[in-house]
Design a binder for this molecule. Structure first.
Ligand code: EPU
Length: 334
């Protein structure tokens, strides 16, 4: 097991923040993962996946374990469906591409989301009307307390908007090792409700392959590629407000968009609120708000985690002042 000390995590977080881990190890097998978790000389352990939902504001104490396990396999097949298992360290988009190349449906709307398979479940990643929970079958994890393997069903994973048991009741207690999704072989349940998808599809047949291509082109036109400019996707969650609060806001802002949540609440796009305050393209040193999507904070090069955080806090304060809404970070701030 190769443990490196004082290791720069710059290449291991999509924000490109230059923070170090006191010790770092990349594990390629579950056995190596268990071995690393059992190391007594590092009582504190930090689990790192794709680093795509992470803002590092301080050095990581103890051992940073980078999950780099790979593999995708078909584990069950019926006339119309398959269950496919991917290892936690697989890149999410590679997994989507693999499923599309096999002709399976279910993951197409989740194309090009940065990050790895394991963290996708923690976040309940979602885009264009589909969330991971819609295709989730189950996942395997290792309990940090006794290193025993445990399986989580859909119910136990307790998914919610950008949330799961791994972010709430089970937070910090498990390392996800494998994810199983249920995909369709035919009679796909396609989701093209998102206006932009219909537009990008044009006259093309709506099938998983064409929808994936449409989603990729939409994302590429709006969202910065972390390989070119550091970012973590949406920095904030879209806030949910009461209908009475919303109708107050509508008086001042008649065009304010919203999505229904239930009979008493609506969700408002945080990007719209931030954009309304003219933050799009705003910059403080190397920390900025993306020019095409106000919900995405970016690192133009050498911003520190604290510079990004202080910009995020400024946005939170301004949004609170103007709309009486507190934006909650979607990104995990360490
Ligand atoms: N909007 C603006 N200005 C902006 C950004 C957005 O006015 O700068 C408005 C848009 O015009 C639109 C609305 O806000 O009316 C919604 O925008 P968009 O469709 O871009 O989606 P979003 O709500 O900003 C969410 C997810 C994204 C996901 C898209 C598409 C969250 C926090 N974000 O963004 O997920 O790709 O929907 O489904 O729910 C991510 O989580 O990292 C992420 C990128």
């Amino acid at each position: 097991m190769q443990i490196q000390s004082s290791f720069s995590l710059k290449k291991f977080n999509t924000f490109g923040i230059d923070q170090t881990a006191e010790a770092f190890v990349s594990v390629q097998t579950e056995e190596a993962l268990k071995e690393a978790l059992a190391l007594k000389e590092f009582p504190t352990k930090f689990i790192l996946g794709g680093g795509s939902n992470l803002l590092l504001t301080r050095p990581i104490k103890g051992l940073c374990i980078h999950i780099n396990t790979k593999g995708i396999r078909l584990i069950k097949e019926t006339k119309n469906a398959v269950i496919v298992e991917a290892m936690a360290g697989e890149n999410w988009h590679d997994f989507v591409n693999w499923s599309i190349s096999q002709g399976y449906g279910g993951m197409e709307n989740l194309s090009l989301i940065p990050g790895n398979v394991g963290t996708a479940a923690i976040q309940n990643i979602g885009a264009y009307g589909v969330e991971l929970k819609d295709i989730f079958d189950s996942c395997s994890a290792i309990a940090l307390s006794d290193l025993q393997e445990i399986e989580f069903s859909l119910e136990e994973a307790d998914f919610d908007y950008r949330s799961s048991a791994f972010k709430t009741s089970a937070k910090g207690k498990y390392v996800i090792t494998r994810l199983r999704v249920c995909l369709t072989k035919e009679n796909h349940k396609l989701n093209t409700d998102y206006g932009a998808i219909k537009e990008a599809l044009g006259d093309l047949e709506p099938n998983p392959k064409n929808i994936a291509a449409a989603v990729i082109s939409i994302r590429q036109s709006k969202l910065p590629d972390p390989k070119e400019i550091g970012n973590s996707g949406s920095f904030f969650k879209n806030p949910v407000v009461s209908l009475s609060h919303f109708s107050q806001l509508q008086k001042k802002y008649p065009t304010i968009p919203s999505y229904p949540v239930n009979k008493t609440q609506v969700k408002i796009p945080a990007g719209w609120l931030i954009d309304c305050l003219n933050f799009k393209g705003y910059r403080e040193g190397d920390a900025g708000v993306h020019k095409n999507q106000a919900l995405v904070l970016v690192n133009y090069g050498s911003a520190s985690g604290n510079q990004i955080l202080s910009l995020a806090q400024k946005i939170q304060r301004k949004v609170k002042e103007e709309f009486d809404i507190w934006l909650e970070a979607e990104v995990n701030i360490i």
